[in-house]
Design a protein around this ligand. Structure first.
Ligand SMILES: Cc1ncc(COP(=O)(O)O)c(C=O)c1O
Length: 406
């Protein structure tokens, strides 16, 4: 192993959102417990990124900073090398995160009261972005056949043609169900949205986290020039290299009119440059950390296999759904037949297992738990051992059957 994927970063006391949430729930949680919830990684930051940030601090002042040619080149060549398409430089638009970019896009493409489609269960800030900006949430839930999730294209067609619908927000690859949509699925999605004349806002933040045997296609590589005028693709190096705290993301917006509207909406929210650390972090990640990413994918696959071996069909009939992309494994707990809040409490109290409850992701999610497997294998192993150790004990079974609320 060339890179270090076994040392746990020390995040206690750093204000890490994931760790603080666990510690707020249980300040006495055992020292060796790590949370498997919020989607950032429990791996050390790759060395070239640390070096680039040190260089910034040592060599210059931390003033207002705009993207350099080096920044644009890094974005474009990454898309070319890893994703097989070449964006134009002027399509590249920065934002302090994909979520702020989604809020901006919603404001740019729609008016208050307009309908925007989402396909739950899905990353919950999609619905928040729609509701908090006074738009109307329209749901076209994913369909689950056994353990395989698909889009309901017939439902989508009907909703997209409703005169009140103006846009859709899509997650590709899909958090939390772990699908990497195929070229055929994406082409059909584009065709439906284009025929209906609605905007397609595509969150591709997990685009680099693709498991062996699957291929991610960016929507913009499949759209005609005409169709691309109504599409925005959102990316970031934050999931791939665990840089969420540097708060930088990149949207690709080929349509001149849409790009101008987007930039106007961005500035109207009082947003301008990124923080100075976001740029060198991205440049170092994209230019120098490809080998780290390749090795990471192997670790994630190993962790997923471990999870599958230990949970699938076991512990009362859990079902681990296939992981095609992302580092977020989607596990069906419906065999336990429990209310999701009780289940969360049970897992926390008896197994010190801190997951994201599937209920967070909306329609279709309540019987699931999402496991963040981006952590050293030994840490995942320990978490699974805690669950196995708790399962079947009298205290656990009492609580599971609802006879004891703890
Ligand atoms: C699908 C998806 N989009 C966006 C984000 C967050 O993006 P950002 O931190 O750049 O706002 C996440 C984080 O988990 C995510 O899973």
């Amino acid at each position: 192993m060339e890179h270090d994927f076994t040392t746990l970063p020390d995040r206690r006391g750093t204000g890490s959102s994931k760790w603080e949430a666990m510690l707020a729930d249980n300040p006495d949680v055992a020292d060796d417990v790590i949370p498997l919830s919020v989607a950032d990684m429990e791996f050390l930051t790759p060395t070239p990124i640390k070096a680039a940030l040190h260089r910034l601090i040592d060599a210059t002042a931390l003033g207002y900073t705009d993207p350099t040619d080096g920044f644009y080149d890094a974005c474009i060549s990454w898309q070319e090398r890893r994703h097989g398409w070449k964006p134009e430089k002027e399509w590249v638009v920065t934002s302090p995160g994909v979520v702020p970019a989604l809020y901006t896009a919603v404001r740019a493409c729609t008016n208050p009261g307009d309908g925007i489609i989402i396909q739950p269960p899905v990353y919950y800030p999609f619905s928040t972005a729609i509701e908090k900006t006074g738009r109307m949430l329209v749901e076209n839930p994913l369909v689950c056949d056994g353990t395989s999730w698909r889009m309901d294209f017939e439902g989508l067609e009907t909703l997209a043609h409703d005169a009140r619908t103006k846009a859709i927000i899509v997650c590709s690859p899909h958090n939390p169900v772990g699908r990497v949509w195929t070229e055929e699925e994406l082409a059909r999605l584009i065709a439906i949205c284009s025929d209906a004349g609605i905007y397609l806002l595509c969150d591709e933040i997990h685009n680099d986290l693709i498991m062996p045997g699957h291929m991610h296609r960016t929507l913009l590589s499949l759209a005609s020039t005409d169709q691309a005028r109504h599409i925005i693709v959102f990316t970031s190096c934050s999931k791939t290299f665990s840089l969420a705290g540097t708060q930088g993301s990149v949207a690709y917006i080929p349509g001149d009119g849409l790009r101008s509207a987007y930039k106007a909406a961005y500035e109207a929210q009082g947003l301008f440059q990124l923080n100075a650390f976001a740029y060198p972090a991205l440049i170092a990640a994209y230019n120098e950390c490809e080998g780290w990413l390749d090795e990471l994918i192997g670790i994630l696959m190993r962790n997923y296999t471990l999870l599958e071996d230990r949970l699938d069909g076991r512990l009362g009939g859990l079902s681990v759904h296939p992981l095609e992309g992302t580092y977020l494994a989607w596990v069906d707990f419906s065999a336990w037949g429990m209310d999701c809040r009780l289940r969360e409490r049970l897992l926390r109290t008896h197994a010190q297992l801190y997951l994201d409850s599937g209920a967070l992701f909306g329609t279709g999610g309540a019987s699931f738990e999402r496991f963040n497997i981006a952590c050293p294998t030994w840490a995942l192993e320990a978490a699974l051992a805690r669950l196995e150790g708790a399962y079947g004990t009298d205290a656990f079974e009492e609580a599971r059957k609802g006879r004891n609320g703890s």
